[in-house]
Design a protein around this ligand. Sequence first.
Ligand code: PHE
Length: 347
Amino acid sequence: LQAETEAALAAAGDLRALDAVRVGTLGKSGTLTALLKGLGQVPAEQRKERGAALNRLKGALEAAIESRRVELDAAALEARLLAERMDVTLPPRPFPPAGPEAGAIHPIGRTVEELTAIFGAMGFGVAEGPDIEGDWFNFGALNIPDHHPARQDHDTFYLPAGPDGRRPVLRTHTSPVQIRTMLSQEPPLRVIVPGRTYRADHDATHSPMFHQVEGLVIDRGITLAHLKGCLIDFLRAFFGISDLPVRFRASYFPFTEPSMEVDIGWNRKTGELGKAKGGDNDWLEILGSGMVHPKVLANCGIDPREWQGFAFGMGIERITMLKHGIPDLRPFYESDVRWLRHYGAPV
Ligand code: PHE
């Protein structure tokens, strides 16, 4: 039996064949198992010797099977390595792909890159926060208490209540990241916050998901003049029009005091941005801004007698549409590669 099994093992060319040999000898109805079961019928005086011999044989067969398994494993690995071998000296394929294969940087990403570069040159870093926000971050800390009418303006998407009984929201603006930044960093601060925002509003000019960029500056002795200078410089650089008219108009936000909406000049007849003559001159609202409300500073543990600041927020789709003359909001979310190549940036 030993010689027979060893021959079968040598013939077993792979792990499956090996397993068949193992089952055929040591398995439930294997040959050796049958011999062991038959021990009961052997006369008592021979039984001890024969039992010991069979057990030795069993040990020998088990060892032979195991060593064949190690051999076959090594052979299988060797075969796989050969099959999967690659030539690392081959020249790479061109990346990114050129010609009709090439995609483009989405106009939103392109605008974010441009914004980041302009504000970066003014010393701003980039901060980010979660899309799902606590009620306190999105509203409460920003001086928008429960039942404040400003809550109605936000068309908020609410999520099921958490353990504190309050319902988290999809952030309706990037302003909660003002709070997160003030809580996690020591002033002075200078950050912009590009990101997704959500409002339950859907028509030709509104999407339930859109993008904003927030700005926050906190330092000693910050005034409205800093806010105005910073935003005028940004708008002229972003639109590439050095004499772009910029107008600051008194407004209201719960988290800034005073608050201002900012308009830029355009030609109402031709739709062109910039300074227009006489009756063709008109204004387009472009962003919200103001001096950070002392209550908001205090909510973040910052002493408003020592630190002042300004903040602003604008819609990224809107400034992108104005800059590139994009007439329709919907293609931003449709991934049509022809539109992307037309309004996006080359990769
Ligand atoms: N969060 C405001 C909005 O979404 C914009 C804003 C930001 C206004 C910062 C003032 C200061 O409309």
